[in-house]
Ligand binder design. Sequence first.
Ligand SMILES: Nc1ncnc2c1ncn2[C@@H]1O[C@H](COP(=O)(O)OP(=O)(O)OP(=O)(O)O)[C@@H](O)[C@H]1O
Ligand SMILES: [Mg+2]
Length: 357
Amino acid sequence: MDQDVAKKVRAALGTIEVPGGASLAEFPGLSDIIVTKSAIAFAISVAPGMEKAFAPARTAAEEAAKAVADGRKVMVSLTGDKAPAQAAPQTPGKRPGPPPKTPVPGIRHIIAVGSGKGGVGKSTCAVNIALGLAQQGLKVGILDADLYGPSLPKLLGLEGKPAVRDDGIFKPFEVFGLKAMSIGPMLTGSQAVVWRGPMATSALRQLLRETAWGELDVLVVDMPPGTGDIQISLVQQVELTGAVIVSTPQDLALIDAQKAIDMFRRTNVPVLGIVENMSFFIAPDTGNRYDIFGHGGARAAAGELGIPFLGEIPLVMAIREGADAGRPAVATSPDGPEAQAFLTVARQLTETVSPRS
Ligand SMILES: Nc1ncnc2c1ncn2[C@@H]1O[C@H](COP(=O)(O)OP(=O)(O)OP(=O)(O)O)[C@@H](O)[C@H]1O
Ligand SMILES: [Mg+2]
């Protein structure tokens, strides 16, 4: 069924002419046409500088796809970007700059939660920090920028697809007092892996700018691991208030954390601090604490790098179980020790993002 729609889109693109005379369907810069239950997405990559000339073709492509979309949301990106591997500027200032950053109306502050390494607990921390900020009385949203492995649906128990308004704008999920948006509910199976550089950039832009966030004091962005094209794309699209780096105490994770810190610093994003996750272990039976991972490594690294240390989160089964069940600690047991650890972190960030700042 989705295949049929993709065919229909392709046929429709065959009637659109691009500069140079070919049809858009035959144009080599056209990506695969991705069709899911609720979305149609494809990218048109053109030589740098040709974006304007192709703009009418993009508009026509969007219209053509909408005509056969059967209610699906249509995302067509048009980029004059280089391949994603070269997208990160090697020597800042040499490359023609990306389009200027523009604020997202209604959003005062944007904080990215990143890490150098995967699986250190970014998403878990992002969700609980967002909830902690909300508990301080702030209006908070959370955006899942991990297009390759979205976690918010599971962590927050998001169900169903996001509603789309008549004007094509997403209505965010509203859960535990947060506004939340993720591409996860719109994908099926392994579709996430097909995002390519320009499409990822475009999808991120749409999630960020075509969601009805309303007024937010702060939008927390859960980043994918590492320092790849999504990170670069986010920092190029919008002015970030800052980044929070999550690391585990092990040396190796900290070396990776340092890479993430370097990336944010290079792109002039203030690093607001480091959180040490899985810092120590609390035995569920006795409540005894064990520093089996060399707890304290992140605090020491933060000191050396001149970055604030925001707090340590214990490794506890309740955090994992809560995360798996869509019941984040701060929302469901705010008085528990796990939640308190996250709240300590959130309180330190509140200063930075409170409305009066
Ligand atoms: N403090 C903690 N105690 C126990 N389990 C934790 C803790 N923090 C995270 N986890 C668990 O570790 C796993 C990885 O966490 P999470 O998905 O938040 O990491 P991530 O850094 O976002 O991963 P990815 O790089 O894949 O995005 C999850 O199963 C989560 O429940
Ligand atoms: Mg994650």
